[in-house]
Design a protein around this ligand. Structure first.
Ligand code: SF4
Ligand code: SF4
Length: 485
């Protein structure tokens, strides 16, 4: 395209489409074509995206050495009821860790929102990350904002069919790879990869992959930020977490408007002193902040529900301020108090409360995970009957002893009993209690004792389970009781 035509289209949309987009942002179906921008927030967003994608797509392929051989480093084994995360093995009975983790995530979200607004939405949410990637593909194939608007408006011809077709093909490919990568976390990745393309994979893997592919394509390719504006429940209740000290992307209206409002940077109004003398603010009304906005809003209209705090309008405005040599920060992360000339108070009862809840849940998780024993045991006293009087007059109690070996090696144990003198223990014909790797076993234990007139009816005892092979050394004490007639 000729440079002057490009410039004409650019100017046309710079002052009209950008503002127009801001006015119609709430209507579902309006196609928003954000302009690309460079700056600190854009760089940070790209870095987060790169890290998130690298983690999500590569992790299923990472192998990890375990005692039973090389396995997938992160594997959510639903059939075996175990989650493998590098050296950590989460068993079904550890599921409360998940509850603690969800609680921590919720508190972290509340804490971050109270301090810096909706930054999770702008930088870390899956919807934002995938939409951003889909937009990058769109930009790569169809060009930046102006070219995309022009392409949308033009008649369907070979160029439009080719560019739109290629964009959707690449979106579908990325959505498919997203679905397949997700499925790989639940089974052995290399096996699934081969089985999937040879038609031998489990139907659940095909269903999961294609459902996720379809939803990703729809959400990141078609619905885009409308998910954030109209569907996501978090956007609805975030306002209750905001207060006058919450940092959010904000237009410094005092500086931008001054007494006589915005003014285009024509002639002497390029000079900041002249602008201020004439009562104009620093906003040159270029519409750049609107054009780069992925939700198509005009942040100069004030705080809005649709703003995901991505900071791209800050980058855009800073680039304009740099161009004229004026101070950055006309749009910046600022609190309502700061914009009105006051100070932002970060240390408040609410933030302390969130902080304490966050530290407590992290501490609990660390304590619980680090103290997690690779072996545990429990005993169940057989109650029907509670005791048996043997032919020689001795009293016999029976117990079911369950040993749970969570390690990835088989182990053997010896059992003894303490707490009562002359108590005779029998494990039947079993000498050592053997438990296979990552398994649990139940053993029948019998205790016998000669009844004396001085004996109590109920005596507290302890089973002492001592590892004789395997990777653990500590004895396990299981409390129980011995019952006399
Ligand atoms: S107004 Fe600014 S921070 Fe808010 S969504 Fe638009 S570009 Fe992002
Ligand atoms: S980018 Fe800055 S100068 Fe341009 S319209 Fe927005 S606030 Fe005004």
């Amino acid at each position: 395209m000729a440079k002057d035509t490009e410039e004409r289209i650019y100017k046309e949309h710079m002052y009209e489409e950008g503002i127009h987009a801001s006015r119609v942002q709430a209507k579902i179906g309006t196609v928003i074509h954000p302009r690309s921008v460079k700056g600190n927030f854009r760089t940070f967003k790209s870095a987060v995206m790169f890290l998130a994608y690298a983690t999500f797509f590569i992790l299923p392929w990472v192998r990890w050495e375990r005692p039973i051989g090389s396995q997938q480093a992160v594997h959510f084994d639903l059939i075996g009821k175990k989650f493998y995360i590098f050296d950590l093995v989460v068993h079904a009975q550890d599921i409360f860790w998940l509850a603690a983790l969800l609680f921590l995530a919720a508190v972290l979200l509340f804490f971050a929102t109270a301090l810096v607004g909706r930054v999770f939405c702008g930088f870390f949410c899956f919807q934002t990350l995938w939409t951003d990637a889909f937009r990058s593909i769109e930009k790569w194939i169809q060009g930046d904002r102006v070219q995309r608007i022009r392409l949308d408006k033009q008649e369907w011809n070979s160029e439009k069919i080719r560019k739109k077709g290629l964009t959707h093909f690449l979106w579908l490919a990325m959505a498919f790879w997203t679905g397949l990568s997700f499925s790989m976390y639940w089974t052995d990745a290399p096996t699934l990869f081969v089985d999937f393309f040879t038609g031998n994979a489990n139907p659940a893997a095909y269903a999961t992959t294609f459902i996720l592919m379809f939803t990703t394509y729809l959400a990141a390719g078609w619905i885009k930020e409308y998910v954030c504006m109209h569907i996501c429940p978090y956007a609805r209740f975030q306002s209750v977490m905001y207060d006058r000290d919450t940092l959010a992307t904000a237009y410094d209206y005092k500086r931008g408007e001054s007494s006589c409002g915005r003014a285009k940077p024509i002639k002497e109004l390029k000079n900041i002193e002249v602008r201020h003398e004439k009562g104009h603010g620093d906003c040159v009304d270029c519409g750049m902040c609107v054009q780069v906005c992925p939700t198509g809003i005009d942040i100069r209209d004030g705080a809005q529900l649709s703003c995901i705090n991505c900071g791209l309008c800050i980058d855009a405005c800073n680039s304009i301020m740099d161009k004229y040599g004026w101070a950055r920060g006309l749009i910046r992360f600022a609190s309502e108090n700061e914009l009105e000339g006051g100070k932002t108070r970060f240390f408040k009862l609410r933030t302390y409360g969130y902080g304490v809840a966050m530290i407590a849940s992290i501490a609990f998780l660390l304590w619980s995970i680090s103290g997690n024993e690779l072996v545990d045991a429990s005993s169940y006293q057989i109650r029907s009957p509670l005791y048996v009087i043997l032919s020689d007059g001795r009293i016999q109690n029976s117990y079911e002893l369950k040993i749970n070996n969570k390690s990835l090696q088989p182990a053997e144990f010896k059992v003894s009993v303490t707490g009562m003198n002359n108590l005779e223990l029998s494990t039947g014909k079993i000498d050592k209690l053997k438990v296979a790797a990552d398994n649990s076993m139940k053993f029948l234990i019998k205790l016998r004792h000669q009844q004396l007139p001085t004996d109590k009816k109920k005596t507290s005892i302890n089973f002492v389970i001592e590892p004789v092979s395997g990777e653990f050394r500590d004895k396990i004490i299981v409390p129980s009781q011995f019952i006399m007639p």
